[in-house]
Design a binder for this molecule. Structure first.
Ligand SMILES: [Fe+2]
Length: 191
């Protein structure tokens, strides 16, 4: 199965100034494309050739895993934003409140995880097998699917995600992301 570039659910200039058209042109148009192109080349003629992306992420190692996980992580990340953000619903706020105490505590934990993560990686809101919501980070390409966690929301903290718009100011980038989250989509992901 040839893995295809996902369409963005918004226009390339729709998330500015939080995420500029230039950032999306590089981050989606070049970085994600490279991961998908590499994956397609690496899996040709292997046991991974006909697997869904999620299955490859959970079963592969080495370069196949790195490119598959980066493809999955980026598709999930880009599918988390909207140009017309709406407030968090009462149901989602209650679910987050149950695990974190209050929405503000969840927001603080994910922000601190994203800003404080050392080097390249991802900060996540995940659901564990018992339905609890927690914040974690992963290094480089690593994806929580491999440890049985269900991703609910992620912030990409690789420098390529923010260097065009924010240079080294990762905290400003992370704080900006809160303004473009598609909360309805986040809520749908909770089981
Ligand atoms: Fe990225």
């Amino acid at each position: 199965m040839k893995h295809l570039m996902p369409e963005l659910p918004y226009a390339m200039d729709a998330l500015a100034p939080v995420m500029s058209e230039e950032t999306l042109a590089f981050h989606h148009g070049k970085h994600l494309r490279t991961y998908i192109d590499n994956l397609n080349k690496l899996i040709a003629g292997t046991l991974y050739e006909d697997m869904e992306l999620e299955e490859i992420v959970c079963k592969a190692t080495g370069s196949v895993y790195n490119n598959a996980a980066q493809a999955w992580n980026h598709e999930f990340f880009f599918d988390s934003f909207t140009s017309t953000p709406q407030p968090v619903s009462a149901r989602l706020a209650a679910l987050l409140g149950k695990s974190f105490g209050a929405f503000a505590d969840f927001q603080r934990q994910l922000t601190e995880a994203a800003v404080g993560h050392f080097g390249s990686g991802w900060a996540w809101l995940v659901e564990d097998g018992a339905g609890g919501l927690t914040v974690c980070t992963t290094q480089n390409a690593d994806c929580p699917l491999t440890t049985g966690l269900r991703p609910i929301l992620t912030f990409d903290v690789w420098e390529h995600a923010y260097y065009i718009d924010y240079r080294n100011r990762r905290a400003d980038y992370v704080n900006g992301l809160w303004n473009i989250i598609d909360w309805a989509k986040v809520e749908q992901r909770i089981g």
